[in-house]
Design a protein around this ligand. Structure first.
Ligand SMILES: [Zn+2]
Length: 243
């Protein structure tokens, strides 16, 4: 199975997509870091200002080690910004900080796609790990049952594997609107509060956030391709694939 040429092609396509997206983020983030903002806000100040304006008082902003490791944690309501973003006074740091606040605002407003994403997480984690193995086990059991002339429970196991993997794919799909929504909130707030100026500053923020969003699109495309592969192997596109 792992030596299946089709599988290898999909892995290579997936790696190329992820690599392309992450190189784009890195280069745009680097350029964004070199674009100062006239307001002179640090990423931490940007976050505080937007949280305050949105009337959110129970989210704390922290400095967090790691390159581009910025995230909002809904469990303890913390906004964790990497040193580059927390201390930076650039279009990149303002954009990323505002994006993470966008997630905090989504959480405060019970934004439906974000809620759905959290609800899917446990099944998605199981599905991405266990799904492919169930398809493989199902195919092997199916082949055995066919040889023995008995009905195949294998097919049901393979279909269960595909269904579980589909949850992992659903997770990557729901993530896309969550991310683009956080970025669009970020751009509006930066403008509204006068933190970022129209023109070069705002354009640079946009280019950094769009590139970051594309990494999630790449992940979703990867997951759809793999889902189609496992569905094909499980015989869901007609015919059985025992090879
Ligand atoms: Zn995000």
């Amino acid at each position: 199975m792992l030596l299946d040429p089709l599988y290898m092609i999909l892995i290579v396509v997936g790696m190329a997509l992820s690599l392309g997206a992450s190189l784009m983020v890195k280069s745009r983030f680097k350029k964004g870091k070199e674009t100062p903002i006239a307001s002179g806000y640090t990423g931490a100040q940007v976050a505080e200002a937007i949280l305050h304006d949105a009337g959110i008082n129970d989210v704390t902003v922290h400095e967090h080690q790691g390159f581009l490791s910025d995230h909002y944690n809904p469990l303890n309501k913390t906004l964790n910004l990497s040193p580059d973003v927390y201390r930076g006074r650039s279009a990149a740091s303002a954009g990323v900080a505002a994006h993470e606040v966008g997630h905090a605002i989504q959480h405060a407003q019970n934004y439906f796609p974000m809620w759905l994403r959290s609800a899917i997480v446990p099944t998605a984690n199981i599905g991405s790990n266990l799904g492919p193995w169930l398809v493989i086990i199902g195919i092997m059991l199916g082949a055995g049952a066919e040889a023995a002339g008995t009905s195949g429970i294998g097919r049901s196991i393979a279909i269960l594997g595909v269904a579980l993997f589909a949850m992992a794919t659903a997770f990557t799909l729901v993530t896309v609107p969550v991310e683009f929504d956080a970025s669009s909130r970020a751009k509006k707030q930066l403008q509204h509060l006068g933190i970022v100026r129209q023109g070069n500053e705002a354009d640079t923020v946009s280019s950094v956030l769009t590139a970051a969003g594309l990494t999630y699109v790449a992940a979703a495309i990867n997951s759809i391709l793999m889902l189609m592969y496992w569905a094909y192997k499980a015989g869901l596109f007609g015919g059985r694939r025992n090879d």
